[in-house]
Design a protein. Structure first.
Length: 393
């Protein structure tokens, strides 16, 4: 029997469309002899939909049409089975069983541990990092605190909440000045470069921070790495073992790798060329020593942050001083970084097979851990006295 994989994508984040594209690529590459794909699309209003038409990109051009023809569903557990239940119409009806969930979501409310928490609560097997790993991967402040504590090099930074900035603007501005300009202002929990600005002079700082505040209540301001070379490594594995890919060197046309560079093609100066047109050089132009330093560091980050499945770890290098910094992990990278594994003779279908197996293996291992006790300590606690007692709580 085929394993039924519920591919979950979409969600309310600013990376909604990026997630749809990543998911469609994956659904088209999954080994259909072993797996049956069930698309599960989370619309921006959080309604879940399924239907085979959701495997095709064209349907997303007209979302009203999509919502009319796709089935509205919810994920249900009953006994030891998981299934999608149709929720529109008069009758609730089972649509299909699901054996494992493959989240291909990006950003807030999904990739950040929220979806993983929902899946853990149902106790359905799923692929990729757990709640903690996913949450760490999303928060650019906490991830750096954890990494620094483990001796992983990160750039210097200052962080604060929106209301703190409004109350203590001068004090925070002074702290940022100590970092030294240029700095990079970022919403702490976004992705795809949304809300990020490079600030070279103090007079431009306030505008950049207010822009970031419009996206997030937590802000990080980092010292900008100069003479910048950006390289990324993809890692597959779990906390026991990790495999690392060849490195890619990425470059944009804008001052930093912007949303435009990532998805619209070629920065401010050119028109739209469609998705994934970031300029990439694979393998990155680094010497052997630096290449293995980056690869070893990528594996360390993966282990320290308790990541699972396939992730991409991004690095910033100052090419003059040869200093290496970890920028961030991407717990569900765009396109699942299949293009890097392709170059390592691991076709996309094998990559998907491997990460699904890793998710199922973790589920098995976790199921063997003691999570609850058989005894019910409330079995002798009851009667009127007990109920009266509970009023005091
Ligand atoms: N400290 C930094 N110094 C120089 N450039 C940076 C720095 N931080 C980020 N950038 C640039 O901004 C881009 C986006 O930042 P990043 O932290 O990766 O955010 P996102 O999660 O949105 O991808 C990076 O790819 C890089 O080009
Ligand atoms: Mg990034």
């Amino acid at each position: 029997m085929k394993i039924k994989v519920g591919v979950v994508f979409g969600g309310e984040s600013v990376e909604h469309e990026v997630s749809i594209i990543s998911a469609i690529q994956a659904m088209k590459n999954i080994n259909e002899e072993k797996y049956e794909v069930v698309p599960i699309y989370i619309a921006k209003d959080q309604t879940w939909y399924t239907g085979n038409m959701l495997k095709e990109i064209d349907i997303y051009r007209d979302l009203d049409l999509l919502k009319r023809f796709a089935k509205k569903v919810t994920l249900v557990k009953s006994e030891n089975r998981f299934f999608l239940m149709k929720t529109n119409g008069v009758f609730r009806k089972e649509v299909t069983d699901i054996d494992v969930i493959l989240p291909i979501v990006h950003g807030h409310g999904v990739e950040d541990g929220s979806l993983q928490g929902f899946l853990e609560t149902l106790k359905i097997p799923y692929v990729g990092s757990n709640v903690l790993g996913s949450a760490l991967g999303q928060d650019k402040v906490v991830m750096k605190q954890v990494m620094k504590d483990e001796g992983i090099p990160c750039v210097d930074y200052v962080w604060f909440y929106d209301t703190e900035y409004q109350l203590n603007t001068d004090e925070i501005t002074k702290k940022i000045k100590k970092l030294g300009y240029p700095v990079v202002v970022k919403p702490a929990t976004l992705g795809s470069s949304v809300g990020i600005s490079v600030v070279k002079h103090e007079e431009d700082l306030d505008e950049a921070i207010n822009d970031a505040i419009s996206y997030d209540s937590k802000i990080i301001v980092e010292k900008a790495v100069e003479n910048l070379v950006e390289v990324n490594a993809s890692v597959i594995g779990n906390y026991e073992s990790q495999e690392v890919s060849v490195l890619e060197e990425v470059m944009g046309v804008d001052e930093f790798l912007s949303y435009r560079d990532k998805y619209l093609g070629g920065g401010k100066k050119s028109g739209s060329k469609g998705m994934a047109s970031t300029n990439r050089i694979v393998p990155a132009r680094l010497d052997d020593k630096m290449t293995s330093e980056v690869q070893e560091m990528a594996k360390k980050v993966f282990r320290v942050l308790n990541l699972n499945g396939v992730c991409r770890i991004d690095f910033l290098i100052d090419k003059k001083s040869k200093k290496l910094y970890v920028n961030e992990p991407n717990t569900i990278p765009g396109s699942l970084s299949f293009y890097l594994w392709d170059k390592c003779d691991k076709p996309y279908c094998d990559l998907l097979d491997e990460i699904i197996s890793l998710g199922l293996r973790r589920y098995k291992a976790e199921s063997k851990k003691v999570r609850s006790f058989e005894t019910n300590i409330l079995s002798n606690y009851g009667g009127t006295k007990g109920l009266k007692g509970s009023k005091k709580i």
